[in-house]
Design a protein around this ligand. Structure first.
Ligand code: 5GP
Ligand code: ZN
Length: 114
């Protein structure tokens, strides 16, 4: 059994509110939502952080961003706006070391972020 939380979630060992999945990606609701829409878009492939990406992953990361845009559109947020975030390592607050793209929408999001 993997000791990675998101690998276990993708394998169905941990329950999740999955909103979309395909051969390479799984998208599910964040358990501690920070906005009315807060979804995490995760590759099935285990990659610990953006620091571990290779050129082989360029298409995968592109598909994550396009899935975020598609889910924002599905939710009706594409014109109001939405935010996409990758946190990397300690000072950015990364707590799960399997890359995930946060999609946040449904409220006015402040800038700069905290
Ligand atoms: P990070 O802090 O690494 O950028 O984001 C990790 C996110 O995963 C957090 O927003 C946290 O709420 C979410 N999270 C942590 N554990 C679980 C879980 O078991 N299920 C779901 N759906 N989200 C989780
Ligand atoms: Zn993993």
């Amino acid at each position: 059994m993997s000791d990675c939380l998101f690998c276990r979630l993708i394998a169905g060992e941990i329950p999740a509110a999955i909103v979309h999945q395909d051969d390479t990606l799984v998208a599910f609701k964040d358990v501690n939502p920070q906005a009315p829409l807060h979804v995490l878009i995760v590759p099935r492939k285990h990659i610990a952080s953006l620091n571990d990406l290779s050129t082989d992953d360029d298409g995968l990361v592109g598909s994550m961003i396009r899935m975020a845009a598609a889910l924002a559109r599905d939710g009706g947020y594409h014109e109001r706006g939405y935010r996409t975030v990758f946190n990397t390592n300690r000072e950015a607050g990364q707590s799960v070391f399997h890359i995930h793209l946060h999609l946040l929408a449904g409220r006015a999001l402040t800038w700069p972020p905290g």
